[in-house]
Design a protein around this ligand. Structure first.
Ligand code: S3P
Length: 170
């Protein structure tokens, strides 16, 4: 059994995934951590030393590798994972459930402004420009996220509530 969490940066995929995995007694894999372990490098350094295209190819390979594992796993993806190449089709084909953690632009702006440093795509964007950047970026990415089997409104909900609501969806 594979459950895949998708959503924009800072939407809580890793935190929710880890707690959900412990509730369901399943293994948890954070795709970014998996990529970092494979490369023995941080995402930040992969981007700066090898560039985004290298990262996207690696992300694609690692996603396939994780989805082919035998075990029951909760997988949290990176914010861009479903939006490149055939990744969303692969998720829909191979995962038993995909869940989009949906958050509003103001809530994403609020979270990302506090967590920019390790996120290469937003780290150099001044806070004053974040609403426009995230608004445009989400406009491009949301059509991919919305293909998920389940769409969960996560606005104004704490992690425990989100996890309980996912358990009801499954
Ligand atoms: C990215 C999101 C990041 C990470 C990389 C690229 C993106 O993951 O994969 O920096 O394209 O949105 P998080 O969603 O965990 O921040």
């Amino acid at each position: 059994m594979k459950i895949v969490l998708v959503g924009y940066m800072a939407s809580g995929k890793s935190t929710v995934g880890r707690l959900l995995a412990s509730h369901l007694q399943m293994e948890f894999i954070d795709l970014d951590d998996y990529i970092e372990a494979n490369q023995k490098k941080s995402i930040k350094n992969i981007f700066s030393e090898k560039g985004e295209i290298f990262f996207r190819k690696l992300e694609h390979q690692m996603l396939k590798e994780v989805l082919e594992k035998e075990e029951s796993i909760i997988i949290s993806t990176g914010g861009g994972t479903p939006c490149y190449g055939t990744n969303m089709a692969t998720i829909l084909e191979q995962a038993d459930a995909s869940i989009y953690l949906d958050l509003s632009i103001p809530n994403l702006v609020n979270r990302i402004s506090k967590e920019k440093v390790n996120r290469p795509l937003v780290k150099n964007i001044p806070d004053s420009e974040l609403p426009e950047f995230i608004g445009k970026h989400l406009f491009e990415r949301r059509p991919y996220y919305l293909q998920s089997k389940h769409i969960l409104d996560c606005n104004d909900k704490d992690v425990e509530t989100v996890v309980d609501e996912i358990k009801e969806l499954l």
